[in-house]
Ligand binder design. Structure first.
Ligand code: KIV
Ligand code: ZN
Length: 510
């Protein structure tokens, strides 16, 4: 591929983490960042350090570990946000700050309660302040596509004059269309010094994020911001895999290229799906299970004659291969640990021991353990660390003529003992959840969603249960896996209750 090189800034760890119900801890952010570096992401936006102590620590860990990609952190235009980002990124080899302020009248009036002049003054003062710490300062005028165009141009010029060398144009609410967005990018480029990097950041509310991103590239954008699997606020961001494959497949007509190792796309997508708990739809472009499947007879016949009839890219180009070696009950700890590392998880010795114990339990019931099973085992383990309660035993009584009843015993890591409670319910699972609520004192908690899905085929498939519970405005998600669907449901519920319980303890301890 030749032509202008488009830089990829991945924001899975920041905007992607704003997906409802998704939270990445420091260990998960580390694993994802390492995988993104392997993928060749030019910039990794690791988080928003001022938002919480946890995110500060996670950004710091990513900054200290990544060597090739630039590590970026988000900050509002305030002294304390910029100081937090500077401190979190201290250990980075290549670093960048991403500062933003809204420029649309809707946001200025209703969210920030400031005038346009106030916004310009903040841009002048705090972009210059950020430049004292960083050689690379990226500025975003939030809600750019609903901002008055003349004011937007004034704001980006002001940011460039104050020292921003990357100007990112976000379509914050996914409102723009390809024609409008490319015209806007041209206008922005025209008022900025030629050396300023112009970036775009699109949301997918109207399903146009990838189209808008590609339109911006053809209009001269130098950098695109994306998230793996399109994670992000509401309908998400431009999916990384879509933008990169659009540029790869249509490189000649676009006259651009990139630095991404596309063969890492599928494994990256799978890692992020397992750590976020957000499944990829089968018909999702590039990384969905059906993206390279040909079902109709006419298509299958065409494919047998020549793959070119119905395939515009090779599955191998995104890293899809058939040569997976499965593990089974005779596989040892070493082979298991090696596979876990290959899939992109960095568990310590204790983590490997715990996950290997689960692997053995499952391998006793299931002849073949696939990579999807291993991802589920490891994700469940990562989700469960730091939980107060662990499932010891449960006993269920249920039938079509009797009310379901469940007796649950949990070990309590805070009180260092076991607690048992029984409760009735509308069915065995409801009864089990009620018994757990009694143990944890979770009367005010409401179950808002529950689903269970087989991860692989066959009657011995692992069932992955997911639950969402709510108290007030706070939502907690949990997941659990087992070959027994009642057990996976109980583990998922317990996982969510542990998160709720941790938040309650933090509230009480202040
Ligand atoms: O969508 C948006 O406007 C953002 C900014 C912080 C760039 O995510
Ligand atoms: Zn965004």
């Amino acid at each position: 591929m030749t032509g202008r090189i488009i830089r990829f800034c991945d924001t899975t760890l920041r905007d992607g983490e704003q997906t409802p119900g998704v939270h990445f801890g420091a260990a998960q952010k580390y694993d994802i960042a390492m995988r993104l570096e392997q993928l060749g992401a030019d910039i990794i936006e690791a988080g928003f350090p001022a938002s919480s102590e946890g995110d500060f620590a996670a950004v710091r860990r990513v900054a200290e570990s990544i060597r090739e990609s630039t590590v970026s952190a988000l900050a509002r235009l305030t002294k304390s946000d910029i100081d937090a980002a500077a401190s979190a990124l201290e250990g980075a080899r290549k670093r960048r700050i991403h500062v933003f302020i809204a420029t649309s009248d809707i946001h200025l009036k209703h969210k920030l309660n400031i005038t346009r002049e106030d916004a310009l003054a903040r841009i002048r003062e705090y972009v210059a302040y950020a430049r004292e710490f960083f050689d690379e300062v990226q500025f975003s005028p939030e809600d750019a596509t609903r901002s008055d165009a003349d004011f937007l141009l004034e704001a980006v010029k002001c940011a460039a004059e104050a020292g921003a060398n990357i100007i990112n144009i976000p379509d914050t609410v996914g409102y723009s269309s390809p024609d409008e967005f490319s015209a806007l990018v041209r206008r922005v480029k025209a008022v900025l010094p030629p050396e300023t990097v112009v970036s775009v950041h699109c949301h997918n509310d109207l399903g146009m994020a990838t189209a808008n991103t590609i339109a911006a590239v053809t209009a001269g954008a130098d950098q695109v911001e994306c998230t793996v699997n399109g994670l992000g606020e509401r309908a998400g961001n431009t999916p990384f895999e879509e933008a990169v494959m659009a540029i790869t497949v249509r490189a000649e007509s676009m006259g651009v290229s990139h630095n991404i190792n596309t063969r890492e796309l599928i494994e990256t997508s799978r890692l992020i799906s397992s750590l976020s708990g957000i499944r990829v739809a089968p018909n999702k472009a590039i990384v969905g299970a059906n993206a390279f499947a040909h079902a109709s007879g006419i298509h299958q016949h065409g494919m047998m004659c020549s793959r070119k009839t119905y395939e515009i890219m090779n599955p191998e180009d995104i890293g899809l291969t058939d040569n997976t070696i499965v593990l089974g009950k005779l596989s040892g700890r070493h082979a298991f640990a090696e596979r876990v590392a290959k899939l992109g998880y960095s568990l310590d010795g204790v983590g490997i021991d715990a996950a290997f114990t689960r692997f053995k339990e499952i391998a006793d019931k299931k002849s073949v353990i696939s990579d999807d099973d291993i991802r589920a085992i490891v994700s469940e383990y990562l989700d469960s660390i730091e939980g107060r309660y662990y499932l010891s035993t449960f006993q269920i009584q249920s039938g079509n003529k009797i009310k379901a009843m469940c007796l649950v015993t949990l070990s309590d890591g805070v009180e260092n003992g076991e607690v048992t409670e029984a409760a009735p319910g509308e069915g065995p699972i409801d009864a089990a959840f009620n018994a757990i609520n009694r143990i944890a004192g979770a009367d005010g908690v409401e179950l808002i969603s529950y689903n269970i899905q087989a991860l692989t085929e066959g009657t011995d498939a692992l069932g992955e249960a997911k639950v969402k519970i709510k108290e007030g405005e706070s939502v907690f998600t949990g997941r659990g896996v087992s070959t027994d669907i009642v057990k996976s449901s109980i583990k998922a519920y317990l996982n969510a209750i542990n998160k709720w319980e941790r938040a309650r303890r933090r509230r009480i301890e202040g």
